[in-house]
Design a protein around this ligand. Structure first.
Ligand SMILES: [Zn+2]
Length: 67
C-alpha cells in the first residue's frame, strides 16, 4: 500500500494508443535545424514529454534516440 510516489505501475496501452503516442513523439520531436518542436516552438515540449512518459510507463521500447 505504501509504495511511494515514484513507483510506476506499467499501464498497458492499446496498439492504437501506443501508435498515437509514437506519432506525437515524431511530430513534436525537436527539429534538427531549429532545435525546437516545430509545433510548440519549444525544445522538448510538454507534448513530447507526455507522449514519451506514457510509452515508457507502459513498458514500450522506444526506437528513437531520446537521450
Ligand atoms: Zn510540441
Amino acid at each position: 500500500m505504501s509504495s511511494g510516489p515514484f513507483s510506476f505501475v506499467p499501464v498497458p496501452l492499446t496498439p492504437e494508443l501506443a501508435d498515437h503516442y509514437r506519432r506525437m513523439l515524431r511530430v513534436h520531436a525537436d527539429d534538427p535545424v531549429t532545435g525546437t518542436c516545430p509545433v510548440c516552438r519549444r525544445s522538448r515540449c510538454e507534448d513530447f514529454h507526455f507522449a514519451r512518459t506514457q510509452l515508457v510507463c507502459a513498458g514500450e521500447r522506444l526506437d528513437l534516440d531520446l537521450s
